[in-house]
Design a protein around this ligand. Structure first.
Ligand code: THG
Length: 272
């Protein structure tokens, strides 16, 4: 299970203030902490810190310029503004860091796919693909899978291989959209069969528990269920120790990592 650290997001007050004041302290601290705790990517999302599109571009440029030099981890540039993502990609001068970085994200909408896939091909990076359209997120697994196929076909037409795609069937809060939870699991299993090599899969895991009590329990339970049906990465909080222990154990129990008594330590301390 790969972990995309979610904490550098303007949804959190300290990051929102950091962006608005251009004070890098909180951004640097959360980047280093998430890396120490075993993150594989650092997600950067200015979120509600921006009032308009010009601010979104400036905020992403600022976040990338701060973060790229304090970690070797690749970044997940999380924005609906593709100019913001492109300006961010231009700043990642380390070739390996840029190639492993994620454009987060593109939905199955022609105009957006026509903008994002050529950009991924040009910068040689990876893409998170959302199984949604301008009409929203479909409920049924089959509709999510059909959109995943469209995304894979469009990526292929622009020369982006299936191995560079991270398909996100989009999990919603279980307290308002409970019906979606099993549908997303069904979709994950089918998405893995759509191409050879199989595309990767990802979820914004913390969505599932928004506004519910005992969030960590819901997050780690859903991750364990997902892992059994082909979920291989999550946007999540690597500082949640219980979550990280479950992520480590899924790798052992799915025979993805050779068993060692120290498997939790090996998983959580991989960046130390
Ligand atoms: N798919 C993809 N990208 C995504 C998402 C997704 N990016 C954004 C989001 N969803 C994933 N990241 C988060 C980050 C934080 C939270 C949820 C998802 C979160 N935040 C607290 C809350 O809303 O309660 C913030 C409040 C606080 O604690 O201060 O839960 O699905 N591709």
């Amino acid at each position: 299970m790969k972990i995309i650290g979610e904490r550098c997001n303007g949804m959190f007050l300290d990051i929102r203030e950091a962006i608005q004041k251009k004070d890098p302290k909180a951004l640097i601290e959360w980047t280093k902490l998430q890396e120490e705790k075993g993150a594989d990517w650092i997600d950067l999302n200015a979120g509600p810190a921006c009032a308009n599109e010009a601010e979104r571009v400036e905020a992403m440029k600022w976040m990338v310029s701060v973060v790229k030099d304090v970690t070797k981890l690749p970044l997940a540039l999380d924005s609906t503004n593709y100019d913001a993502i492109e300006e961010g990609l231009k700043l990642i001068d380390d070739e390996r860091q840029r190639r492993d970085s994620l454009i987060n994200s593109v939905p199955a909408e022609q105009e957006k796919m026509d903008r994002v896939f050529p950009m991924a091909a040009e910068y040689g990076c990876k893409v998170v693909c959302l199984t949604m359209t301008e009409k929203g997120v479909p409920q049924e697994a089959d509709s999510r899978v059909a959109l995943a196929m469209e995304l894979i076909a469009n990526a292929d037409a622009y020369g982006v291989p299936s191995d560079d795609l991270y398909i996100d069937p989009l999990i919603l809060p279980c307290n308002v959209a409970q019906f979606h939870c099993p549908e997303v699991l069904k979709a994950l299993a089918q998405i893995k069969t759509l191409a050879d090599p199989a595309p990767h899969t990802v979820l914004g895991l913390s969505n599932v528990s928004q506004k519910s009590p005992d969030r960590s329990l819901l997050n780690r339970t859903y991750m364990a269920m997902g892992s059994a049906v082909g979920l291989d990465s999550v946007i999540a909080d690597p500082c949640d120790e219980e979550l990280m222990k479950v992520a480590a154990s899924t790798e052992v129990l799915l025979n993805q990592k050779i068993y060692a008594d120290s498997y939790v330590k090996v998983f959580c301390e991989k960046n130390l």
